[in-house]
Design a protein around this ligand. Sequence first.
Ligand code: LMR
Length: 399
Amino acid sequence: MFDAILAAPPDSILGLTEAWKQDPNPLKVNLGVGVYKDAAGNTPILASVKAAEAAILHSATTKSYMPISGAPEYGSCVRELIFGSAHEIIQAGRARTAHTPGGTAALRAGADFLKKVVPAATVWMSAPTWANHKGVFAAAGFASKDYPYYDAANRDLDFPRMQEALEAIPAGDIVLLHACCHNPSGVDLDAEQWRTVAAIAGRRGWLPFLDFAYQGYGDGLEQDRAGVLALAAACPEFIVASSFSKNFGLYQDRTGALTLVAGSAAAADRAFSHVELAIRVNYSNPPAHGGLIVSRILSDAALRDQWLAELTAMREHIAATRRQFVAALASHEVPGDFSFIARQKGMFSFSGLGDVQVKFLRDARSIYIVGGGRINVAGITSHNLDYLCTSIREALASY
Ligand code: LMR
């Protein structure tokens, strides 16, 4: 049965790390997967996470199953993080949250739920989008289409064309939006543009599905809510997939959440019962550890402050690295204006490198970049900056 099966292609993001690990070149650089690295190139466990883990280890009494949607306290913490504690959605009980194994499982649980509710809907995704978005929604049985987003010529948002496309999406379809730190482009909507998008969603009646994987990596925990809050003001129903891989550094603990917002508490409960069915047949109930860490940090004032300071430091480090990268490209006389890299938000930069240059950098220089030219800015350190800029100059000169 298995003999004739041809191997699947490696994952376009995670596969790069595997290839990088095998590469014997001592100068090799991994700018692929979105993982935060400090100035020394390490991905340390946050001190607030370590402290929360110690407290959990000390006080834990059972390894019994979690509820299908995880611990209720976790859901409350997540909703406060997404909306802010005083938000009407929370007060009215119009949102329900499932603790999911990472943001990917949140997307999949949401997709499985929607396939049951609106099976004929099309899912609209930004062009470009995270490589795995298409795979997750396709696996749930959805056809997807693109809406314009990134303007490669101007290295900016193509808002007029995006707006025009969103206006034409029919009621009942689903529109996937990146709440902040757009992956892969690093180009976000401003607050006014979010209000425009939210007004279109409210008027047209398509369902916003927000991927919120980088809260706190853009302008700050509260500022990064701009899109969510605009949609909350204009649309009675939407879905949010959260990931705590990056902002809590819980990559391997697979910690995320799916939050469903409905027009009333009763409608939210009814709809959410189908989310729970989708989860039960998929992974049954979530792994507890990461959720316990997040809940403990968010419900303890001192730990929360410590975590916020650590999150701020990560955000500021990436912003500083962006500026250093732009300056280094200029000082290495790499042709072109790269100032846009300093304007982009979050972990990634759309470098402007094409696939031939990405291939040259990988094959000839052991520098690993995602196809399309997405660079994980956090992977740039003072140790690899010179080598990177010299290699980019060579890549641009050769191709
Ligand atoms: C990324 O885009 O690099 C991250 O979201 C990690 C992943 O799972 O692809």
